[in-house]
Ligand binder design. Structure first.
Ligand code: CUA
Length: 333
């Protein structure tokens, strides 16, 4: 696509081509039918215009063949676009298994990003070329929307829950990052850059963060500082469940329900402990609302994830997994 025309923004991810194809097809289809209908309209208006000496022509009373044709053809076309669109939508909304996660916190009026290694960024996101990057996003105040036109990625960022987007960059370069949801006075200034780097350059960049500890290590520190160990440790006389194998397991609740222990569940249990109480335990956990911010919660979750993955070396920065690494496991540095 031509990049000097603002109609065709540069395509820098594998998914961008899929989105563009679908968009192009629907536009061409619309142009075709709009032209056809307009031409017929004008043609018939001329052909059947009222002439002073003519008698009115005989009225036509229906045609089964025509009726079926103009129902079946549009139905077929609409369903084709629907199925195609659904397929692209599923691709965009389901990250592959081999992703690296970057945590994103939207805040009036900036983007705060953190890599698993602990490296933090504001309004800038560095990503390696060819690696699938999953964004785990939340907001500290109002609704924002993370939008990178070059990747055809746009996802709302909501307070109080996690939303996900993902992309695999296919072209090195710097691409615009926008907030695409009106969020107050400085909404238009809530912009930044995504920098796609060659993998080696990215690794060097990632290692360049001074004095940063990994998210897992920061989460462990928080876990201790907040006193979580008081109840969630083997010696705590069963006041709280052990959290070692919690992440991505299924939790049985007091109510008899079972829920998956995903990121949303962990976040809720930290902020609203009474919402989902594990079967066999009392709702005695205090809330940590106001004691830990969204970034802290993300670090705690990374720590709990690492515990579930068998515990990793918390001091070493987490490297980018090779493309075939199984989900939830990162190679040992
Ligand atoms: Cu954030 Cu608009």
């Amino acid at each position: 696509m031509r990049s000097d025309l603002p109609l065709f923004p540069v395509a820098a991810s594998a998914e961008a081509r899929e989105v563009d194809l679908l968009f192009l097809a629907t536009v061409l289809l619309s142009i075709f039918f709009a032209s056809l209908i307009t031409a017929l309209l004008i043609g018939f208006a001329i052909k059947y215009r009222r002439r002073p000496k003519d008698k009115p022509p005989a009225a036509i009373h229906g045609s089964i063949v025509l009726e079926i044709l103009w129902m079946v053809i549009p139905l077929f076309l609409a369903l084709t676009v629907f199925v195609w669109g659904a397929d692209v939508y599923f691709q965009l909304s389901r990250p592959p298994d081999d992703t690296v996660t970057v945590n994103v916190v939207g805040k009036r009026w900036m983007w705060k990003l953190q890599h698993p290694s602990g490296r933090r960024e504001i309004n800038e996101l560095h990503v390696p070329l060819g690696t699938a990057v999953r964004l785990n996003m939340t907001s500290e105040d109002v609704i924002h929307s993370f939008y990178v036109p070059a990747f055809r990625v746009k996802a709302d960022v909501l307070p109080g829950r996690y939303t996900t987007a993902w992309f695999r960059a296919t072209r090195p370069g710097r691409y615009h990052l926008f907030c695409a949801e009106y969020c107050g006075t400085q909404h238009s200034g809530m912009i930044g850059w995504v920098e796609v780097m060659e993998p080696e350059a990215f690794q060097a960049w990632l290692a360049g963060g001074a004095g940063e500890i990994s998210m897992v290590a920061a989460g462990e520190r928080l876990f201790n500082d907040l006193g979580c160990t008081t109840c969630h440790s083997p010696g705590s006389r069963d006041r709280g469940p052990l959290l070692d194998k919690l992440y991505s397991s299924t939790v049985k609740l007091q109510t008899g329900e079972s829920v998956p222990a995903d990121e949303a569940y962990l976040r809720e249990s930290i902020l609203y402990p009474a919402a989902k109480v594990t079967a066999g335990y009392q709702p005695v956990m205090p809330t940590f609302r106001g004691l830990v911010n969204e970034e802290g919660i993300l670090e705690l979750i990374e720590f709990l994830k690492s515990r579930a993955a068998g515990g990793e070396d918390v001091e070493a920065p987490v490297a980018v997994p090779p493309p075939a690494a199984p989900h939830g496991k990162r190679p040992k540095p």
